[in-house]
Design a protein around this ligand. Structure first.
Ligand SMILES: [Zn+2]
Length: 121
């Protein structure tokens, strides 16, 4: 994910997250409140790449295996929680499963990331 790919309207959020990561102070959770289609999913993926990128000095590089796996939803330390097909809501069982997953040691030895979408309702 190169700097050129950053949506202009998310530049402040990207700069704040990048600065926190460089300082070793990524927040343990982010609540991204946005209108549908305004870039919340993009920002969630950016934050996940920031946490999981293999090249910390240039994170998120967008080209390492971890960054590519995040974009493809194939990173073993990234879990997505969304309503199941027959529901409009995320169920408590899904959150319990996420909590159990996040309590395990990460596969890559770093962060584990969970993306819940939508986080309202
Ligand atoms: Zn990377």
């Amino acid at each position: 994910m190169s700097a050129a790919a950053v949506p202009e309207w998310l530049a402040a959020e990207v700069a704040a997250l990048s600065g926190a990561a460089r300082a070793g102070r990524l927040p343990h959770a982010l609540l991204i409140h946005e209108a549908p289609g305004a870039g919340g999913d993009w920002l969630a993926h950016f934050a996940a790449q920031l946490a999981l990128c293999e090249r910390a000095a240039e994170a998120p590089c967008g080209s390492c295996t971890a960054c590519r796996r995040v974009l493809a939803w194939q990173h073993p330390d990234l879990t997505r929680v969304a309503p199941l097909e027959d529901s409009r809501q995320i169920r408590i069982e899904q959150l319990r499963d996420l909590a159990a997953e996040l309590a395990l040691t990460s596969h890559a030895g770093g962060y584990k990331v969970g993306i819940l979408t939508p986080a309202t309702r």
